[in-house]
Design a protein around this ligand. Structure first.
Ligand code: ATP
Ligand code: MG
Length: 174
């Protein structure tokens, strides 16, 4: 058997399930008594179920990016600063080695916006303690990132209720 080591997992693609898959790993890992951190790079419109639940779990560090980067923002400089701050926290968490798993939820969007350079993300992944797993979610994962990942899953949107006019459901979507 090969020696266990920390892996880089990427959940990308246009279909639903990227964040859900990452949260599934959190559920599983907490059951194993592992320490986990989640950093959410996009602040949604609603308070999410995962955030409310996370606040009850001391083994889980759960950070939602400060002021905002939302889809509807009109202040790019504020978004850039919030993204940078969230990334700096993420990098510290990864390099500390204190968490078995660090989830970077929707990181791809802040890379896409040019708020966080992909080269910096890759350098941090390379420098990280060898036992740390990192999970990255978000559409359009850059090729540089999928190249260094150990696992890449692309969610494919075969059908989504949104196209039938059905909106996000508590518990299923947030
Ligand atoms: P989830 O958080 O449900 O796992 P996701 O992380 O794969 O979804 P995101 O791109 O982060 O997807 O978008 C989050 C929100 O957008 C969710 O409410 C999700 O249901 C919705 N969504 C995801 N994919 C689609 C799609 N193909 N069409 C419409 N809405 C979508
Ligand atoms: Mg998501």
């Amino acid at each position: 058997m090969s020696t266990p080591r920390g892996l880089v997992l990427v959940y990308t693609g246009a279909g639903k399930g990227k964040t859900t898959a990452a949260l599934g790993i959190v559920f599983r890992a907490l059951g194993r008594g592992l320490r986990v951190a989640v950093v959410q790079f996009i602040k949604g419109k609603w308070r999410t179920g995962e955030r409310t639940f996370a606040e009850q779990l001391p083994q889980l560090t759960f950070l939602v990016m400060g002021h905002g980067f939302t889809w509807e923002s009109d202040d790019l400089s504020r978004d850039r600063m919030a993204a940078r701050a969230a990334w700096d926290r993420s990098r510290d968490l990864i390099l500390s080695g204190e968490q078995a798993i660090v989830i970077l939820d929707e990181l791809t969007y802040v890379i896409q916006y040019g708020f966080v350079p992909v080269a910096e993300v890759i350098a941090t992944l390379r420098e990280r303690p060898s036992h740390v797993h990192v999970v990255i979610t978000g559409r359009n994962a850059p090729e540089e990132l999928t190249a260094v990942a150990d696992l890449v899953t692309e969610m494919q949107a075969v059908k989504h209720p949104f196209t039938e006019g059905l909106h996000a459901q508590p518990g299923l979507d947030f």
